[in-house]
Design a protein around this ligand. Structure first.
Ligand code: BDR
Ligand code: CA
Length: 313
């Protein structure tokens, strides 16, 4: 089983990714870091705790991650896509204990516990991971077995600016740090996630089979946003974050190219742009190279998505 430490910002597609991780027989969630991003850090923590309860998952530690980006800017919540509190129309009741950021570093114990096996998957902004890579560089280099990052857009349209993807755009400083400090990150950009459209009909069938009514309600909210934003008939929506986990357990569905990757971190109209160095790697000075997913097998993805998520409660 892949031992996954997930950094996320639920967020509807993050929630779908949590469903997939919990229901996948080859994935063991060993911890979740809930970050600001689609919603506030506090809502993200509350949503993660709620989803784990709903899915009857116990003993997975939840850490409250970063509160905002290293740029110092305000968090740009995304209520139109993800809802006022991050989960469509759901406002999770009750109080949740949100610890100060200092306590986030307890996550190091999880990383040490699963040394050489832990896989870090990120489906949110990269701020918390950048903090770990900066303050624990040796540990993060030696002990983490794999990194998978959902983010970026390589010569394809962005989704938050014409050129940039949201997870990179909101904290390009953090993204640059992570990409410069870790090596052989599997990067899952819009190049593949935008190809993998899930029709609402499929979501309804999955929810009918697995018994989680909320699964349909969640995606429905997200679908409405995409429907309003599309002129043509909507064939389906991309559920970006679940693709990161699909890539982890089904790499054979994807094609990858190894690149030296750059992130534009200046505060200009090109902020958050990701691009590869297209020169031959042998000609470049030594430095981290990453594995960028560039193509996907749509049928294989969708069949697996349905198979995993349709499991009964
Ligand atoms: C990414 O941005 C977020 O808003 C989504 O949850 C996903 O992680 C897609 O660009
Ligand atoms: Ca996300």
């Amino acid at each position: 089983k892949k031992k996954v430490l997930l950094f996320c910002d639920p967020g509807i597609d993050d929630a779908v990714a949590i469903f997939y991780a919990v229901m996948h027989p080859q994935i063991e969630l060993v911890g979740i870091v809930a970050d600001y991003g689609n919603t506030t850090r506090e809502n993200a923590v509350r949503n993660v705790v709620y989803l784990l309860e709903l899915l009857h998952v116990e003993n997975v530690p939840v850490f409250a991650g970063a509160e905002g980006p290293l740029t110092g800017k305000e968090v740009q919540e995304q209520p139109d896509i993800h809802g006022e509190f991050g989960l469509g129309t759901i406002n999770v009741p009750g109080e949740v204990d949100v610890e100060p950021f200092e306590n986030f570093f307890d996550v190091i114990d999880v990383i040490k516990n699963y040394r050489d096996e832990v896989v870090i998957v990120t489906t949110g902004r990269l701020t918390s991971l950048a903090a770990l890579c900066t303050f624990y560089p040796m540990l993060m280099h030696r002990v983490v077995s794999e990194y998978v990052v959902m983010g970026g857009a390589f010569f394809v349209p962005g989704n938050i600016t014409p050129l940039a993807e949201a997870n990179i755009y909101e904290d390009p400083i953090a993204a640059k740090l992570v990409i410069g400090k870790a090596s052989m990150i599997t990067i899952v950009p819009l190049n593949v996630t935008d190809q993998l459209l899930v029709p609402m009909k499929v979501i309804r069938e999955i929810a009918f089979d697995n018994g989680y009514v909320i699964f349909e309600a969640l995606v429905d909210y997200y679908y409405d946003f995409y429907e309003a934003a599309t002129v043509d008939e909507l064939l389906g929506t991309p559920l970006h974050d679940v693709v990161a986990l699909s890539v982890l357990v089904n790499p054979e569905f994807y094609e990858f190219v190894d690149y030296r990757v750059f992130v534009e971190s200046s505060d200009t109209s090109t902020a958050g742009v990701t691009f590869p160095d297209l020169r031959r790697l042998e000609e470049l000075k030594p430095g981290p190279v990453h594995r960028v997913a560039v193509e996907a097998d749509e049928h294989a993805f969708l069949n697996d998505f349905v198979r995993i998520l349709s499991r009964k409660k």
